[in-house]
Design a protein around this ligand. Structure first.
Ligand code: GLA
Length: 409
């Protein structure tokens, strides 16, 4: 199998472990914050086309321990990278390398740019979200850091503004032209629920996760592209298609304003590639709405069909899958009790998800670990999703030794 291995954590993060790391380094008791990762049940690449998405949170988190300083210096230690960075809030400069510290600098920079004057701080970051796995490790870091820095500076902020500033950190500072889904879901999701988000109006409706079915995420163990490369090019293709179609469709601003009949009618304006990109976005928006209705009815069979149709469209029309994701999805599909499966996140590797009859979850995990593990050369990382709280202070009542996730290497 080709591609770069994804760094998957084998460590279970608890409040006590990050608290201990902080006190060992700085000799003081920190405040703790955490932000969940999200998984998008359906709605791939629709967010930056002002369309619809249906994410939930995962029960995996990025954690921050923080104590303010009296100056304007951020001293930040990443447990995952075993690395310290020192940032002067008066001179924030991008290195342009897309590494973890760029996200920290990006968040500090956009918060300051929006007029929120920050204080320096000692910070330790840790988490159990696989990096680059399509479970929004980046957005989770942005959100928890923004929340913690603003808390340190005694600034109250609206969650909608928080999500938009974190998105800006990624688009303007890191250079990945992502949509709003990840940051918005992490800031607004509710325990036990999924949300259908309209990425144009930012209105959302919540719906309960199914009572008798589970979402299982499995890491392919590969990540083929640099974050910005193919992702940004898909966004540019959509923008170009809108520009071409707008020559004959008045007031067309985004693919959100188009329906499949209009697309068929104006197909001659597009080459095959741009036509298929549009077909994916339009059909995916409809699938999100249908999936939301299916969830409201508790119809897991229909939801599974839509999830699988989403994968086919992402693979064939949007071309953001890869051999490993397709193989993993096929293995998931073949398991008794699986209603549907698809890749998640930006694509080109990372995790895939499947919707599974909860009574058969253990057997599905065993089968996927054995069969995909044979291809990968080791059992893949797996995680059964539990929709969790949004970004905020770490719950005080949480038992210090309560594991946040089951992590299997
Ligand atoms: C990444 C981006 C999101 C979204 C997904 C694809 O996770 O950060 O904004 O576009 O890819 O659905």
């Amino acid at each position: 199998m080709g591609g770069q291995p994804v760094a998957t954590t084998l460590v279970t993060i608890t409040p006590r472990s990050i608290n201990d790391e902080f006190t060992a380094r700085f000799g003081r008791q920190p405040k703790l914050f955490r932000a969940p990762g999200r998984v998008n049940i359906i709605g791939g690449h629709t967010d930056y086309n002002e369309g619809f998405v249906l994410p939930t949170t995962t029960g995996l988190y990025t954690w921050i321990a923080i104590v303010p300083r009296d100056d304007r210096t951020l001293r930040v230690f990443s447990c995952k990278f075993d690395s310290t960075e020192v940032i002067d809030l008066d001179q924030i400069k991008s290195c342009g390398d897309g590494q973890w510290c760029e996200y920290v600098k990006g968040v500090a920079s956009v918060l300051e740019g929006a007029g929120h004057s920050l204080r320096g701080a000692e910070i330790v970051i840790d988490g159990d979200i696989p990096l680059g796995g399509g479970l929004s490790s980046s957005a989770s870091l942005e959100a928890v850091l923004a929340f913690a820095l603003l808390d340190c500076a005694d600034v109250a902020i609206d969650r909608g503004e928080l999500a938009q500033l974190c998105q800006r950190a990624e688009t303007d500072f890191v250079g990945v032209r992502c949509g709003i889904m990840d940051q918005f879901a992490i800031s607004h999701c509710t325990k036990g629920l999924a949300m259908m988000l309209d990425c144009r109006s930012l209105e959302f409706q919540s719906v309960a996760m199914p009572a008798n079915a589970s979402l299982l995420v499995v890491d392919t163990g590969v990540h083929h592209q640099l974050p910005a490369g193919e992702y940004n090019s898909r966004r540019e293709e959509c923008e170009k298609a809108v520009a071409l179609l707008a020559s004959e469709i008045p007031r067309l601003d985004s693919l959100r304003d188009l329906d499949l009949a209009q697309l068929e009618d104006k197909q001659k304006l597009l080459d095959d590639r741009h036509y298929r990109r549009c077909r994916h976005i339009l059909s995916e928006n409809q699938r999100v709405k249908d999936a939301f209705s299916a969830l409201q009815r508790g119809d897991v069979v229909r939801l599974g069909e839509l999830i699988s149709a989403s994968h086919a469209s992402l693979r064939d029309d949007y071309e953001v899958s890869c051999a490993e994701s397709d193989a993993l999805v096929e293995i998931m599909h073949a398991c008794p009790g699986v209603y549907g499966a698809r890749m998640v996140g930006g694509g080109f590797g990372g995790c895939s998800l499947c919707l599974v009859d909860s009574a058969q979850l253990d057997q599905v995990i065993d089968k996927v670990q054995a069969e995909y593990g044979e291809m990968l050369g080791r059992p893949p990382w797996v995680h059964a999703v539990t929709a969790s709280d949004p970004v905020g202070p770490a719950p005080a009542s949480q038992p210090a030794d309560d594991p946040q996730s089951e992590v299997i290497s």
